[in-house]
Design a protein around this ligand. Structure first.
Ligand code: SF4
Length: 80
């Protein structure tokens, strides 16, 4: 399992999660619309979730129905 960054990150990109992550698995570039979590590196510690000011981050099992596609969107970012 992994944590997943969903739609609220778009237009926000606060990046507090990047500082909180102990394994440096949250990435983006200026050209990307949001931040993404690498599911193969995430250790499920949960440190990123409470620091997000827009509640964009969920454990994979808790991703709301309307944002289920973000599970794949986060994974695909690292499979380019
Ligand atoms: Fe990083 Fe932990 Fe969040 Fe995974 S759950 S992205 S390891 S801070």
């Amino acid at each position: 399992m992994a944590y997943v960054i969903c739609e609220p990150c778009i237009g926000t990109k606060d990046a507090s999660c990047v500082e909180a992550c102990p394994v440096d698995c949250i990435h983006s570039t200026d050209a990307d619309p949001q931040y993404y979590i690498d599911p193969n590196t995430c250790i499920d510690c949960g440190a990123c979730e409470p620091v997000c000011p827009v509640n964009a981050i969920y454990a994979e099992s808790d991703v709301p129905a309307e944002w289920q596609n973000y599970i794949q969107i986060n994974a695909d970012y690292y499979n380019k």
